[in-house]
Each structure stands twice: as C-alpha cells, then as structure tokens.
Write a protein that binds this ligand. Structure first.
Ligand code: SAM
Length: 226
C-alpha cells in the first residue's frame, strides 16, 4: 500500500510518520509514504504555486498547473487500484467505513490545499474531494495525516487483527467499544469538594471467569451511544 502526498509544506509530516505504528508499518514494508513538494512542479524561478482569486476576494489560491504536473508525474500504468483525493472541507465526510474501503487500494494520492483553497478546476483532475469534518483547518496536511493513520492501521498485518474486531465503528457507524480498565483496581482521588472518592474496576473483569467477562463485554459492545 502506497501513499503519495502532495503539499507545499513537506517538512510537516516527518515526526508523525516516523513514530510508533506508522514507523513500524513502513519498516516492515507494509506501507510506503512518499511526500512531494508541490513547488517542484512550479515553472518560474520563484517556484510560485499560488495566485490571487479571479473576481477578487481575500487570500491566495493554489494554482491548477503545478497540481496537474504533480499528478501527471505520479501517474503510473502499473498501479491498478488507486484513488486520487483532494482534501477539502467541501468534500465527502471521511469515516471508518471509508478508511476500511481505502485500505484495500494499492495507492492513495492525497492533494493538500492551503491558504484560501485550491483552483476549482483541480476537482476535474481528482477522483473525489474528502473532508475530515465540518470545520476549517489551515491546510490539508493534518487531514492527510489523519487519513494515512486511520487507513494504515486497517492494512493487514499492521496491527493485531483482534484489536480491530471489537473496536469502535467496526460493526457500524454508531457502534462503540466497551469500557476498558487497567491497574489499579481502585483509584482514590479528591473531588472538587475535597471529598475522597473511589473509582472501582467492575468486579466481573477481576473474576477470571472468561465466559462472564466475554458476556459483559458483548453486552456493552455496540450498545453505547455518544
Ligand atoms: N476557503 C475554503 C473554504 O471555505 O471551504 C477553506 C480553505 S482551508 C483554509 C485550506 C485547505 O485546508 C483546503 O484547501 C483543504 O485542503 C484543507 N482543509 C481545511 N479544512 C479541511 C477539512 N475539514 N477537511 C479536509 N481538508 C481541509
């Protein structure tokens, strides 16, 4: 599984992609992540990739030309199953189901916008526009990281398959995981009114009775709502 990210801030990604599960997935060659600087496809000596909007208005717009040339450079006949996606608050809402579907692709190309956005003609050069939620970020880099992260953990062998079976959204859009606890069995703390309070782990989880524990988890799994 290959990710290609087109951005004007390639340095943003390094630390995150070189940590924990994403790092291991790359080391094991289960995924590869290539970051491309959009300015490499600018044609002037100042490496211009943006310009003012036609019709006036605030801010700058990423130009269609450099994005077209970047996508052309990445075009590959040998890749059979790929999606070219533009990050945009106006796009289709990203969710776990989409992450699961995309984890079956050979390659995903992510185009990150910046400033006031991207020339609308780029819509014709991509398969789809994707939003990670109904809020506006300064650029498409965080959405790209969110997508790479959530898709990667669904790629076979990246994480233990058992962890994926019973996690939130694994069965449906509304299904949430059961509550989880770890040591200590009793957590004592001072409340805002300075009273000592105790928070206990449900007894059944300490019982060692695997059948009862499985029943307890099953009863809570997929029954919780936000
Ligand atoms: N002017 C645009 C609008 O009102 O829809 C917002 C542009 S935003 C400041 C700059 C870039 O950040 C966008 O082109 C997009 O690539 C990215 N972006 C911002 N919010 C996003 C979101 N919720 N999902 C995906 N991408 C987003």
């Amino acid at each position: 599984m290959q990710f290609d990210i087109i951005t004007i801030f390639p340095h943003i990604f390094g630390h995150y992609f070189q940590t924990s599960i994403l790092k291991k997935a790359q080391e094991k060659k289960l995924i590869s992540i290539n970051i491309h600087d959009l300015r490499d496809w600018a044609t002037d000596k100042h490496k211009t990739v943006d310009d003012t909007p036609y019709g006036g208005g605030p801010g700058m717009i990423l130009k269609v030309g450099p994005i077209y040339r970047a996508l052309k450079f990445l075009d590959s006949k040998s890749i059979k199953k790929e999606k070219v996606l533009l990050l945009s608050p106006q796009g289709k809402k990203f969710d776990q189901k989409m992450a699961k579907d995309l984890s079956n692709y050979e390659r995903i190309v992510l185009v990150c916008g910046r400033y006031e956005g991207v020339d609308a003609r780029v819509d014709k050069l991509v398969d789809e526009k994707i939003s990670i939620g109904d809020y506006v970020l300064t650029g498409g880099e965080l959405p790209a990281m969110v997508m790479v992260d959530s898709i990667t953990r669904l790629v076979p062998k990246v994480i233990n398959e058992d962890s994926l079976k019973e996690e939130s959204f694994s069965l449906s859009k509304n299904c949430l995981e059961y509550p989880q606890y770890t040591r200590p069995e009793v957590f004592t703390y001072k409340s805002k009114s300075a009273k000592l309070k105790k928070l206990k782990v449900p007894k059944v989880l300490l019982s060692g009775n695997h059948q009862e524990i499985a029943k307890w988890k099953q009863e809570r799994f997929n029954k919780l709502t936000r």
